[in-house]
Design a protein around this ligand. Sequence first.
Ligand code: NAP
Length: 317
Amino acid sequence: METRPLGDSGIEVSAISLGKWAMGATVETWGHVDDRESIAAIHQALDAGINLIDTAPIYGLGHSEEIVGKAISGRRDEVILATKCGLLFPKSSNELPQRCLKPESIQRECESSLRRLRTDYIDLYQCHWPDPDTPIRETMEALRLLIEQDKIRAIGLSNYGCEKIAAAREFGPIHSLQPPFSMVQPRTAEEILPFCHDHGIAVLPYSPLGKGLLTGKFDENSELTGIRARDPEFLGSRFKANLRVVDGLKEIAMNYDKTVAQLAINWAVHYPGVTSPIVGAKRPSQVIENVGGVGWTIEEPDMAKIGKLMEGDVDGC
Ligand SMILES: NC(=O)c1ccc[n+]([C@@H]2O[C@H](COP(=O)([O-])OP(=O)(O)OC[C@H]3O[C@@H](n4cnc5c(N)ncnc54)[C@H](OP(=O)(O)O)[C@@H]3O)[C@@H](O)[C@H]2O)c1
């Protein structure tokens, strides 16, 4: 698979990455996920040339990292391992995770991740969400120390806007950003993609399939559970509008003998400024389909049609 540079870190990442949120999440979030299938999905991804695997301590409260650690043991050198810090486990099931990017906490979290991932280094360590209570200078000093200690190789941010990224860059290198980005959530294209491009920051968009919406498997009668039942893109008039977009995408995908998921992935892979969309997949069959989203190009007239669909101009296509 084509590879692309992760900023100026010296690390090369595959044109798509594998996301591990659902694989470690609770039933209330992503429904039942089988650990054996998760491990098989990781092996399938590595066999297909995907090298970046993205996880986080908060995904399944350590479970996602443990599955990744188990899956990659014996194959560590094939993997660009990306995990995160800054969201502390809630003390009870009705509390939200607490944001914390204080130096002692980052050091502690990193040690726990290394243990769960069964490794002695993390390739890309990302701040999951900004912490308004910790000066960014302190956070960046802690991350730079981890680089000096050879515990991490590159620093990334996730869910940060341009101003906050600029502030962080004052105190050390930022190699990548992880923002939401897909045909149903295209706002990142406005400011963040050009900003990252101008500053040599790799962009690893998350939820490129709109949490499954852009696979074409949902309709108005679908029973929505877990995370989707609470997501505005799956609710009310927005859901109906999104389904109309997906119908239009199906026609375009058919011209290439591709699925809607493959079209949505290809669109994100080739969007200017994007480095490697992080595609979530629960089982090997999904990985196989999603890998078919790279290695071909959507022609210009179809890109224009997709643009119109995204603007809501369904008839114009
Ligand atoms: N930094 C952050 O704050 C943040 C936030 C969100 C996500 N992320 C990262 O980005 C990754 C991807 O995002 P995401 O999981 O939210 O959404 P996504 O990639 O848009 O959608 C993934 C989900 O769609 C379904 N799916 C995937 N491939 C499919 C296929 N070929 N056919 C049918 N269904 C398919 C699967 O769920 P079902 O089988 O249940 O349908 C899968 O879990 C995450 O795993 C995580 O690593 C990061």
